[in-house]
Design a protein around this ligand. Structure first.
Ligand code: KDO
Length: 363
C-alpha cells in the first residue's frame, strides 16, 4: 500500500528534480557510491562523480540540504515542500539542492558540516544535538515526550525557545521548525515473545552510531549494535542484526518489513527532527529572506507531520498484510525500566533543574 499523500500547501507538488528522486526510489541496501551517482544524476545528469557547485547561480542564495532519509519517506518529501514554498514566496532568490540517502554527508555528520559552512540545511535529531548540548539529551530519553501534539507544544513554546538558543550558541546552527519523525517501535527479524525488557536480552538491536542512541537501545534491554541507517536493510537481511527500531512510516518507506517478521509496539520514543540552518547562511540573508525561510520550514514540517500522523494510524493493516506479526508488550514495564535507566544515568544529571517537570506539565 502506498498511503494517499495529502499535499497540504497549495501548489506543493514535487519538482522535476524530486520527481526523479521519487521515481528512482534508491534502495537502502544500495552502496553509498550508488547513492552518489544517483544523487548526481538527479542534480542534472552530472554522471558518476558527485560534482556539486559550491556556489549558487549568480544572485541566488545556495541552500544545500543533506539527509539520510529515503525518497518515499515524509521527511524526505517535506524538503520538496520547503523548496516549492520558497520558490513561491521568493521566486528565483534561492537555489535549493536536496540530497537524500546520506548522499552528501553521512548520517550524524550534518551539524559539523553546517558549522564548517559546507552545508546549509539538514534535519537534525535530538541525539545529534545532545552530543554538543548535553542537556538536550532529555529529548533522547525514552517515554519523556508523550505524543506528537505535546511535542509541538514543547518545541513551539518557551522550552523550545530556550533550548534552541543554546543550540544556536554552541553549535552555530539555528533550528527553524520541529518535525515529528514518528513514534519509534521495535521491528524484529525473527518473531519472539516480547513482553518486558528482559525478553530482549541478547537481541542485537541496531541503533544509529552514537553513545546516546546506544544508551537507549541498552535501556530497552537489548544489545545495541551501531549501524548507519543505509545499512539496516542488508543488516536485517543477512542477520548481522536481529532488530531495528524506527517509526512505522520509516519501516514502510525503507522497506524493512521485507526482511523482518514482527513489530513490537513499545512506543518508546516520540521522536523529532529539527529543520536547522547554519548560522553563517542565516546571517548572510536579508530579514525578508529569513522570514520566508522560516515560513517554508514551517510549511515543510506541517506537511510531514500531518502525513506521518495519518499514516502511522493506518500502517498496522499494511504490515499485517505483508505477513508481519504485530504484538503489544507490557508498555508499563518498558516505561519503568527505561525511565529508571535514564534517571540513574549521567544524562539526567545535566538536565536543567525543573525541565522534566515543565515538560510533564504540558498537556
Ligand atoms: C535511524 O537511523 O534510525 C533514524 O530514524 C534516526 C533519525 O534521527 C534520522 O536520522 C533518520 O534515521 C533518517 O532521517 C532516516 O529516516
Amino acid at each position: 500500500m502506498q498511503a494517499t499523500e495529502r499535499a497540504i500547501p497549495r501548489g506543493a507538488t514535487p519538482s522535476k528534480e524530486n520527481k526523479m528522486n521519487r521515481v528512482s526510489k534508491p534502495r537502502p541496501d544500495l552502496c553509498r557510491r550508488g547513492f552518489l551517482a544517483q544523487s548526481a544524476a538527479a542534480l542534472g545528469g552530472v554522471g558518476a562523480a558527485l560534482v556539486l557547485p559550491a556556489q549558487a547561480a549568480p544572485g541566488k542564495v545556495l541552500l544545500r540540504i543533506s539527509t539520510p532519509a529515503v525518497a518515499d519517506d515524509w521527511h524526505a518529501k517535506m524538503w520538496t515542500v520547503f523548496q516549492q514554498a520558497l520558490e513561491r514566496s521568493a521566486p528565483g532568490e534561492f537555489e535549493v539542492q536536496i540530497n537524500l540517502n546520506a548522499a552528501l554527508f553521512k548520517q550524524g555528520a550534518e551539524p559539523a558540516a553546517m558549522a564548517r559552512g559546507n552545508l546549509e540545511l539538514s534535519s537534525v535529531s535530538a541525539f545529534d544535538i545532545a552530543k554538543q548540548v548535553p542537556e538536550f539529551s532529555i529529548f533522547t530519553a525514552g517515554y519523556v515526550v508523550r505524543d506528537p501534539a505535546q511535542q509541538q507544544k514543547i518545541f513551539n513554546g518557551p522550552i523550545g525557545a530556550e533550548m534552541f538558543q543554546r543550540v544556536s550558541e554552541r553549535m552555530d546552527i539555528t533550528p527553524l521548525a520541529t518535525a515529528y519523525l514518528g513514534t519509534r517501535q521495535l521491528n524484529l527479524r525473527d518473531a519472539r515473545k516480547v513482553s518486558t525488557p528482559a525478553d530482549l536480552k541478547g537481541v542485537k538491536l541496531r541503533m544509529p552510531g552514537s553513545k546516546e542512541w546506544l544508551f537507549l537501545g541498552a535501556a530497552l534491554g537489548a544489545t545495541p549494535t551501531p549501524l548507519a541507517f543505509g545499512e539496516v536493510y542488508m543488516g536485517l537481511k543477512s542477520g548481522t542484526i536481529d532488530a531495528q527500531d524506527n517509526p512505522l512510516p520509516t519501516t514502510r518507506a525503507a522497506k524493512f518489513y521485507e526482511v523482518t517478521s514482527q513489530i513490537v509496539l513499545t512506543s518508546h520514543l516520540v521522536d523529532s527532527l529539527f529543520i536547522a540552518i547554519s548560522n553563517k547562511a542565516l546571517q548572510a540573508m536579508t530579514p525578508a529572506q529569513q522570514q520566508k525561510l522560516r515560513a517554508a520550514a514551517q510549511a515543510a514540517v506541517a506537511y510531514n507531520n500531518e502525513n506521518r500522523i495519518r499514516e502511522e494510524a493506518q500502517l498496522m493493516d499494511f504490515f499485517k498484510k505483508q505477513g508481519l506479526q504485530i504484538s503489544t508488550p507490557n508498555v508499563d514495564a518498558f516505561r519503568k525500566t527505561v525511565q529508571t535507566a535514564y534517571q540513574q544515568s549521567d544524562y539526567a544529571k545535566v538536565w536543567p533543574s525543573g525541565l522534566l517537570a515543565r515538560i510533564n506539565a504540558i498537556r
